[in-house]
Design a protein around this ligand. Structure first.
Ligand code: ADP
Ligand code: MG
Length: 236
């Protein structure tokens, strides 16, 4: 069953075409990776899906409903949340309060937001630091806080934009494990990552964007052997 669908999505910035007529569909519970050289349009595509930017053309469907032009808040309320490539926690709030902001933002069920925030922090292994502030966190822990904030919205679909970016091997492995746990709970995961090995290991399918175009989709194995993909990367 399709949960997320993009139809002929295009985004122009003046003369720049950042996303060019991209169509895709993702099944409920699937984990899909999005790769492509720098500037390919990956983050822009995520912003179109999550409502941060409106597409110049095209449509986004979530659970069959047209969500194009809705605000991130409305889309989050319908069960889709995105993490940010650059993490900006509220520095003056505790981790518990940061996660609670996520819980309030989503507010999809009648459950207690504080309880959801607590569960989310526990899930990412930060519950024992719940009453400290983000300035005490390592880069890897900040990324986990970002994941907790997203989980606290009670999402069905999670978009992760380079959530392992800038992390060392151990921290990356911890994030990959978290993503696996989230996928194992039946959530739909769409993730961008430049750490190819990590992305290939969690993704059931991979989409390749190059120069604003979707040039290939397939299993990790198919993608790694795709000549157009290899050329796109060699040409970087
Ligand atoms: P990726 O995430 O794959 O590295 P981006 O989606 O960030 O790529 O960018 C795709 C292209 O769109 C790049 O050429 C980038 O410079 C351009 N771009 C992205 N956002 C804007 C913007 N707000 N204004 C103008 N150009 C933009
Ligand atoms: Mg990007």
């Amino acid at each position: 069953m399709t949960v997320l669908e993009g139809e002929h999505l295009t985004k122009n910035f003046g003369g720049i075409v950042a996303v060019d007529d991209v169509s895709f569909s993702i099944d409920k519970g699937e984990t899909v990776g999005l790769i492509g050289p720098n500037g390919a349009g990956k983050s822009t595509l995520f912003r179109l899906i999550s409502g941060v930017q409106e597409p110049t053309e095209g449509t986004v469907y979530l659970d069959g409903e047209d969500i194009t032009g809705m605000t991130p808040h409305e889309i989050c309320h319908r069960g889709l949340v995105r993490t940010h490539q650059i993490v900006h926690p509220f520095e003056n709030l505790t981790l518990a309060e940061n996660a609670a902001v996520g819980a309030q933002f989503g507010g999809r069920n009648s459950g207690d937001p504080e309880e959801r925030a607590h569960e989310a922090l526990e899930f990412v292994g930060l519950d024992d630091m719940a009453h400290t502030t983000p300035d005490e966190l390592s880069v890897g822990a900040l990324k986990r806080l970002e994941i907790a904030r997203a989980l606290a919205t009670d999402p069905e679909v999670l978009l992760f934009d380079e959530v392992a970016g800038g992390l060392d091997t151990d921290e990356t492995e911890a994030i990959v494990e978290l993503i696996r746990d989230i996928a194992d709970r039946g959530k739909t995961v769409f993730l961008i990552d430049h750490v190819m090995r990590a992305l290939m290991s969690v993704s059931e399918r991979v989409f390749v964007l190059d120069n604003a175009n979707l040039i290939a989709t397939g299993t990790p194995e198919e993608i790694q052997n795709d000549r157009r993909v290899i050329e796109a990367y060699l040409g970087e």
